[in-house]
Design a protein around this ligand. Structure first.
Ligand code: NDP
Ligand code: AKG
Ligand code: MG
Length: 443
């Protein structure tokens, strides 16, 4: 590990710590931040000014965040030769609460996702992504105000666990050989798992005039673990959140008709958690459940939906859903789709949280949007609202409320970044930094 990766704790700041029932937040907490790749630096520069201004205004200078930069992604690699230095992970662990910009992940080969790695290393099992509409934001749907959902995406399991074997590699062949020996019926379901099957297919192709090919076995294999404990902690968090916020329902979104023992298990585990931890009972013979009278959250319906149907339902009948609990990959797709319904991922915030240890890393739903890097152009709203979630998590609700109110007014002023301006009648396009100025003006 190079020394360049070691952060310098700001003098005068103190650590946030976990205490029973919540966090202990000093008046000058040290909060590590990762600037991010691509548009990350532009967005962070704009966002940090809004967060600081909101805190200064809300507490008249009595409270202040002491920011501590930690390196990850391209900036870390250039400075240290390491994409995700241990010192960065250690800082996020030691200081409990941190915030990050997006980090690039190459498609196919290359490094695995640093974003996913950080979530796994800190066991941040909930990816919390609230989706709401701000008055005036242009949207492709008729009634964007009907969308008010909170996604609880499982953050540590599923295909994102990263247990994958490269097509044509010796390891992939080992896995295929194991399946062939131990689970021959399952192996037989792999359409092109043996040379015989490939040759037979090539022959069919030649039958319709295609030239002969010398193709080999090349099967990429991924493993999709879904455990009871992983599901339990996610669904428990979602139902608890529904109780605290007075939500009407929690919907378990899965593709359990096809992936019976992974996504189907998620649904069954979810209902089990509802019954065993919250006393829910079957509604009209099941499978939906309801929390009965006399229990906290009485009346909350725990239901489920198959992911493909759910994606059309959220467009047609969004009012029927509020808290959503789902697996890692579904949650990834759903977050962007729902964000688009309320105006795009320019204002889609998120948090990765372990409610047991208190560790939390706040980050936008969007990625690095590399084509706009260093143009001071994109919407900083997602990171600003992720910061708002962070302030709320820290108990600094006055500052968080001030940001929401100012964001509302800034959007109302129609001085907005390109993503909104291109769809909003009578809007003036402003830069990323200028949109931050607009929010600060309304604090
Ligand atoms: N948590 C993380 O750090 C994440 C990282 N990534 C990584 O980011 C990289 C790029 O991913 P990509 O698939 O292009 O997805 P991105 O989310 O980075 O960008 C896709 C499109 O979304 C719009 N967009 C994104 N951010 C903003 C913003 N702040 N304001 C306004 N519009 C925005 C732009 O749309 P338009 O073109 O219409 O203007 C952009 O072209 C990949 O390496 C990916 O792995 C992706 C997601 C999350
Ligand atoms: O890690 C990445 O690069 C992408 C992750 C992602 O899309 C997400 O978490 O929403
Ligand atoms: Mg995503």
């Amino acid at each position: 590990m190079s020394d360049a990766s070691l952060p310098t704790p700001p003098a005068g700041g103190a650590k946030i710590t976990k205490q029973p029932g919540g966090l202990n937040v000093p008046d000058r907490p040290i909060v590590p931040f990762i600037e991010g790749d691509g548009t990350g630096p532009d967005i962070w520069r704009a966002s940090v000014r809004v967060l600081d201004a909101a805190v200064a205004k809300a507490y008249s200078g009595k409270k202040k965040i002491e920011w501590m930069e930690v390196l990850a992604g391209e900036k870390a690699f250039n400075a240290t030769g390491n994409w995700l230095p241990d010192a960065t992970v250690d800082a996020c662990r030691d200081y409990l609460v941190s915030i990050k910009g997006p980090l690039t992940t190459p498609v196919g080969g290359g490094i695995r996702s640093l974003n996913v790695a950080l979530r796994q290393m800190l066991d941040l099992y909930v990816c919390l992504r609230p989706v709401r509409w701000f008055e005036g934001v242009p949207s492709p749907v008729k009634k964007p105000g009907d969308v008010n959902m909170t996604i609880f995406r499982e953050n540590t399991e599923d295909i994102y666990a990263g247990i994958e074997f490269e097509p044509g590699s010796a390891d992939a062949q080992k896995v295929l050989d194991f399946l062939q020996k131990e689970f021959p019926k399952s192996f037989d379901k792999i359409r092109f798992g043996t040379q015989d099957k490939i040759d037979a297919w090539d022959k069919q192709l030649q039958g319709i005039g295609m030239p002969a090919r010398a193709s080999k076995v090349q099967v990429g294999v991924g493993i999709k673990p879904v455990s009871y404990q992983g599901t339990e902690r996610l669904v428990h968090s979602a139902i608890t959140y529904a109780i605290i916020t007075g939500a009407k329902s929690v919907t378990l979104v899965h593709k359990g008709n096809i992936m019976k023992f992974s996504e189907g298990a998620f649904r069954d585990f979810g209902y089990q958690v509802a019954r065993e931890s919250f006393g829910a009972v079957e509604l009209d013979g099941g499978p939906w459940h309801v929390i009965p009278e006399g229990k906290p959250g009485a009346g909350i319906v725990i239901k489920d939906a198959i992911a493909d149907a759910f994606l059309q339902q959220i467009l047609l009948r969004p009012k029927e859903y509020d808290v959503v609990a789902t697996l890692n990959l579904n949650g990834d797709y759903l977050s962007d789709a729902l964000a688009a319904q309320v105006g795009g991922i320019g204002i889609a915030p998120g948090a990765n949280i372990n409610y047991v240890t208190g560790h939390a890393v706040f980050e936008a739903t969007h990625g690095t949007a590399p084509k706009y890097a260093n143009q001071d152009k994109v919407n900083p709203g997602s990171v600003i609202l992720s910061g708002e979630m962070m302030l709320r998590y820290m108990g600094w609700t006055e500052a968080a409320d001030a940001i929401i109110a100012a964001m509302d007014k800034a959007i109302g002023s129609k001085r907005v970044t390109y993503d909104f301006a291109r769809l909003m009648d009578g809007a003036t396009e402003v830069k990323c930094s200028e949109f931050a100025d607009e929010i600060i003006k309304h604090l």
